[in-house]
Design a protein around this ligand. Structure first.
Ligand code: GLA
Length: 415
């Protein structure tokens, strides 16, 4: 059966005939939201229906810093204390608007954007630390740890990094390596105390069947300039060296590779991991499964196979960017934008069941899963309001537009 999946990131569309081919079909568009995943000014704000099934709560609009009325008094992070940390990707907006929910339900954080190179290191001599510092300080004050996301990514990478660098020119490639190394050293130096795992490299694998690494044709300037996947090794080596220089032994357990559609890319992930290990002598610690999931794809059976492959090779898995869209734009096989929908009780219940199934899977694999992180907290601030369809309100998270807990939250608490 042909199933459609969009390769969420890179604003490209991958139409997938499962088990046969993976065709990357790039929209060609660099997102207008590239800076900001739809969070903040210009992002979608829906009226919010405030409804919630599943015995949780109904809310009106929440005042700043507060959960919606009917906020739960129990804690997701406490409930999962014997399993894994529960994280959220956040920025200043979340600290201002949902600080209380964050403290109550979560015990791990990722900067949604603030640690990406473009945001934190916009010019060679300029670091913009403020937002990442704020998130790091919030974590320190609340006894939480952070995921350092991301030290190298082909997207949200500033032009200065590549300026004057020419493919095939060894001297200029040295310049690029020095820039990358000093960026990584600065990040590790500042946040080593609070980051317990680093997404050292994000999304370096190809969406195309038969091709392992993302290359220039799939927007990787890194690959294009190096002429190979060699840059991936350097990023991991520099991260390891920077951690070890900071505190001997402190790189242990912290070096992760992060990507989407792990069920489709598991074999490529293994190729990457064994290349690093066998050819480069560098064993990393784990793999981030981004987990931007759909209501019925991928199956938990296929996810288990992917988890098994990675863990059998000796690596940890983290669920690094979890959300569950309510749309199925590929239900016909090719991309057809589904019309916007309200979060009806029926839809909310369906989504709750999906979250429950995913968490059943995660709990079953708890010895291999180092953390589970949601890509946001509430439906009024999600990158999915703008991708793959700009301005279409999505409902992918645990709290609704009015910051009331959804049925999904109740469902994953119910075990
Ligand atoms: C990828 C990245 C994240 C975020 C999401 C949503 O998954 O790793 O940082 O940008 O895309 O846009």
């Amino acid at each position: 059966m042909t199933r459609g999946v969009w390769s969420w990131v890179g604003r490209s569309v991958a139409v997938v005939a499962l088990g046969t081919s993976l065709l990357g079909c790039d929209s060609g568009e660099r997102s207008t939201f590239a800076d900001d995943d739809g969070v903040g000014a210009g992002s979608n704000t829906s009226g919010g229906n405030g409804s919630s099934s599943g015995g949780t709560a109904t809310a009106g609009n929440a005042p700043n810093g507060q959960a919606g009325s009917g906020a739960p008094t129990d804690s997701l992070a406490s409930k999962y204390a014997g399993y894994f940390p529960i994280g959220a990707a956040v920025g200043s907006w979340h600290l201002d608007s949902l600080g209380q929910v964050l403290e109550q339900d979560f015990n791990h954080l990722t900067c949604e954007n603030a640690m990406k190179i473009q945001d934190i290191h916009p010019a060679e001599a300029t670091f913009e630390w403020a937002e990442a510092d704020r998130v790091a300080d919030f974590a320190r004050q609340n006894g939480m740890k952070l995921t350092g996301h991301a030290l190298l990514w082909h997207r949200q990478a500033p032009a200065w990094m590549f300026e004057g660098v020419t493919a095939g020119d060894a001297a200029s490639l040295e310049t690029l390596k020095i820039r990358l190394k000093s960026h990584i050293e600065a990040m590790v130096e500042r946040y080593a105390d609070v980051v317990d795992n680093w997404d050292v490299v994000n999304e370096a694998l190809s969406d195309t069947a038969g091709k392992t690494y993302r290359d220039g044709a799939e927007q990787s300037t890194w690959y294009e300039l190096f002429g190979s996947e060699e840059y991936i090794y350097w990023a991991f080596q520099y991260a390891k060296d920077a951690l070890e220089a900071n505190a001997v032994g402190s790189s242990t357990g912290k070096l992760y590779y992060n990507d989407y559609t792990a069920t489709l890319k598991a074999d490529k992930i293994l190729t990457l991991l064994s290349w690093l290990k066998d050819d480069k002598g560098l064993t990393i610690d784990g793999v981030g499964f981004q987990s931007h999931e759909q209501l019925s794809w991928p199956s938990t059976t296929d996810l288990q196979v992917a988890i098994d492959k990675v863990t059998a090779a000796g690596y940890k898995v983290k669920i690094s960017e979890l959300d569950v869209t309510v749309y199925a734009d590929y239900s016909t096989g090719s991309f057809v934008a589904a019309p916007a929908v309200e979060l009806t009780p029926e839809l909310e219940a369906r989504q709750a069941k999906r979250f429950a199934d995913l968490f059943t899977l995660y709990r079953k694999n708890k010895q291999h899963i180092s953390s589970v992180t949601f890509w946001g907290i509430s439906d009024d601030q999600t990158w999915l309001d703008n991708e793959p369809v700009p301005g279409r309100n999505d409902h992918p998270l645990l709290y609704d537009d009015a910051h009331a807990p959804k049925a999904a939250r109740a469902a994953i608490m119910d075990f």
